[in-house]
Design a protein around this ligand. Structure first.
Ligand SMILES: [Zn+2]
Length: 370
């Protein structure tokens, strides 16, 4: 869940009319991917790159929760499938960095063959091989301070990469969902809420169909331009959404309200060390927290609380309406005001006032929305 989405400059793309025969060609190209497909899915084309050391149990959980996410957030007729498919899932084993390095090679071979400088029939770019870390002509890991593989499925410090969406569908030609493993059986729940979280990001971005610079795209989703520093990227909305829906939907699917309450409550308890206490004593608003150090967790977890706060007033549907109409509304602020009744800036004080209540009162909100 770290911030390495959209690691490349946004490419201009070309819309061109496509004939039926070209569409058929594209479908055939997908069929010849020699990759295990997540078979329970309907219109979703999700394929798995599996780290050799990862157990089958982990793979089965990923498949299960990807299928759940498709049912939750994507829809046969209304979803922008050109901006969703294919989804590549790099299923990593957190305890074996060598298997992640080996998987990078298989993944890059695939990109070299299928996502290498052609324009897709759907009009978006298909150049993930050059855009990312796979093409050695464009990226030298050692020069970037990377000592383990490509630092694509690994970190510079030799750890296995954390879960994230690490691609730009408009120019790469696919969505890449990096899925780090969770130790089983005790962390089986993490496969659920983390997979839903990442699939929610694919849902968010799939609503942005128009071409634009990377900055324009980040402004549209509220990651840029909604904090006090216009150049700083802030997670409160984009991540607050994904964290909230990860917890909320996971709990609903396993029918465990207490799990949801406990997960959300842990960040707002009255102890001096809780995220809420750190936040309230920081003197900053939720939209000023960035991805730097300790700030990230506050942006993510209390961002989820802001989403819960809005859902309590406007309902869950308002969030989907926001995402699905954001482009039509024109920009982040207009869409926010349209679906949540007033400017997002005005909610910052309301939210602080809400968080200043005793935790028992705060937690009551969760019982209202679940
Ligand atoms: Zn995220």
């Amino acid at each position: 869940m770290k911030n390495n989405f959209f690691y490349i400059a946004f490419l201009l793309f070309f819309i061109f009319a496509c004939s039926n025969s070209e569409k058929n060609l594209d479908k055939n190209a997908i069929k010849i991917f020699n990759l295990p497909k997540v078979e329970c899915t309907n219109k979703l084309e999700a394929y798995i790159f599996q780290a050799e050391s990862l157990d089958q149990e982990g793979i089965d959980l990923i498949k299960e929760w990807v299928c759940v996410s498709e049912r939750l957030f994507f829809d046969e007729t209304n979803s922008n499938w050109d901006l969703i498919n294919p989804v590549y899932i790099a299923a990593l084993d957190r305890n074996d960095v060598n298997s992640a390095i080996e998987l990078e090679k298989r993944y890059c071979d695939h990109l070299e063959e299928f996502h290498n400088s052609q324009i897709n029939v759907d009009g978006y770019g298909n150049n993930g091989y050059d855009n990312g870390k796979c093409n050695p002509k464009h990226y030298n890991p050692q020069n970037e301070g990377c000592d383990y593989g490509l630092c694509l499925f690994t970190e510079p410090n030799g750890r296995v990469a954390g879960s994230s969406i690490s691609s730009n569908m408009h120019s790469d030609g696919f969505n890449l969902f990096i899925s780090n493993s969770h130790d089983l059986p005790m962390h089986a729940d993490s496969y659920g809420y983390v997979t839903i979280h990442e699939m929610f990001h694919i849902y968010q971005y799939s609503n942005l169909t128009k071409a634009g610079s990377r900055n324009d795209l980040m402004k549209m989703v509220g990651k840029l331009g909604t904090g006090s520093n216009p150049d700083a990227e802030v997670p409160w909305w984009i991540e607050g959404n994904a964290v909230f829906f990860g917890y909320y939907k996971y709990a609903q699917l396993v029918d465990d309200r207490e799990w949801f309450i406990n997960k959300m409550r842990s960040s707002v308890d009255d102890s001096r060390t809780s995220l809420k206490s750190k936040y309230l004593s920081s003197g900053k608003k939720i939209n000023e927290f960035t991805w730097n150090g300790d700030e990230k967790e506050i942006g993510y977890e209390l961002g989820a609380w802001l989403v819960a706060y809005l859902i309590d007033i406007f309902g869950e549907e308002s969030v989907y309406n926001f995402w699905e109409n954001i482009e039509e509304e024109g920009d982040f602020s207009k869409a926010f005001t349209e679906y949540f009744g007033k400017e997002y800036e005005l909610y910052m004080d309301d939210f602080d006032e809400f968080l200043s209540k005793p935790d028992s009162e705060i937690v009551d909100l969760l019982y209202r929305i679940y």
